[in-house]
Design a protein around this ligand. Structure first.
Ligand SMILES: Nc1ncnc2c1ncn2[C@@H]1O[C@H](COP(=O)(O)OP(=O)(O)OP(=O)(O)O)[C@@H](O)[C@H]1O
Length: 313
């Protein structure tokens, strides 16, 4: 895979001096779905707006399929579709015209067959003659996507596509995103919902206070999530670990009265049975056992709080 979008040391300081982006560097591969997770005010919308040229960067660069977003603005922008967070549609305009008009804005020749395909894909074809104001909130969001796709962009930004939508519609939106990916569209979406990132992303980025804290393959994050800890409470404190237990990666817990063993749930052998046997053979008496599992949410919360992710019970 090759990067279709390269963001280098992107900084944005708003008038008044607020530093919303503090040097973001990120490569986005052709055809991937990247979810950008971050709390309110993290800089997600600023990042998207800057990449799309709605806001000027203070410094740094963005290259879209080789086109610089400043010196080659028109070419770069024509490759991008943007679905904004806010629903900003003309209420009396009809669906078909709204979407057709968007294509024209990018100087693309009228192509009714293409618009029909897009509207059908988004289940909007039956509503093509409806005025926007007659649509439900979910349908309006679909129109925003159709508008963003009208000029056949190769990269689609979705800024919190499912904020405030019900569970069913959220799942629908996830299906739509998967279909767009199958069409070869590269998708970057921002979200507060960790389960959304889990459900659809290939890679997950975590942003906070204008800094990208992590960008990682979802599968490897899942492996981290797969990490579990078992804490064995002992009936009496131990000074040092018995030599017979030195082969295990064990940590001593609070007041040296517990042993903490971290293992991978996906491993063929977790080693728990042998560990428990060896603890007993070393003459230690167990009085309780607890397990904890770290989740993507723990990793996220830990990163955003500036600490280490903790395992969760
Ligand atoms: N035009 C502006 N002028 C000054 N500060 C701004 C402006 N736009 C955004 N900010 C500030 O920049 C920071 C990042 O905002 P941004 O909208 O990018 O965050 P976000 O991650 O998208 O948040 P949310 O999840 O709430 O949409 C916030 O502290 C915000 O108040």
């Amino acid at each position: 895979m090759s990067a279709i979008l390269s963001i280098r040391d992107l900084r944005k300081t708003y008038e008044g001096g607020f530093e919303a982006l503090k040097g973001v560097t990120l490569d986005i591969e052709q055809g991937e779905i990247l979810a950008l997770l971050g709390p309110n005010g993290a800089g997600k919308t600023t990042l998207i707006s800057t990449v799309c040229g709605i806001t000027n960067a203070t410094s740094g660069s963005v290259s879209v399929d080789g086109h610089d977003s400043v010196t080659g603005y028109r070419a770069a922008r024509s490759l991008i579709g943007l679905v904004p967070q806010e629903i900003s549609l003309e209420p009396f305009e009809r669906v078909l015209n709204t979407v057709r008009f968007s294509r024209g804005l990018f100087g693309r020749p009228r192509d009714d067959a293409r618009i029909e395909t897009i509207l059908r894909r988004l289940s909007l074809w039956d509503k093509r003659d409806s005025p926007i104001k007659a649509l439900s909130g979910g349908m309006k969001r679909r129109v925003l996507i159709a508008k963003a796709l009208a000029h056949d962009p190769r990269i689609l930004f979705l800024d919190e596509p499912t904020a405030g939508v019900d569970v069913e519609l959220r799942k629908d939106m996830w299906d739509t995103v998967a279909e767009l990916k199958a069409d070869g569209v590269t998708i970057i979406l921002t979200t507060h919902y960790i389960e959304e990132a889990e459900a659809i992303a290939d890679r997950v980025g975590v942003i906070n206070h204008g800094e990208l804290l992590l960008v990682e393959d979802k599968a490897s994050l899942m492996r981290r999530m797969g990490q579990k800890q078992i804490e064995v409470q002992l009936s009496a404190p131990v000074e040092t670990l018995p030599d017979t237990l030195s082969g295990y990666a064990l940590d001593l817990g609070a007041e040296r009265q517990s042993l903490i063993y971290t293992y991978d749930t996906r491993a063929e052998r977790t080693g728990i049975t042998a560990l428990l046997n060896d603890i007993a053979a070393a003459g230690l008496t167990l009085c309780d056992v607890q397990t904890r599992q770290s989740s993507l949410e723990d990793i996220f919360v830990g990163l955003v709080a500036g600490g280490q992710p903790e395992a969760r019970q």
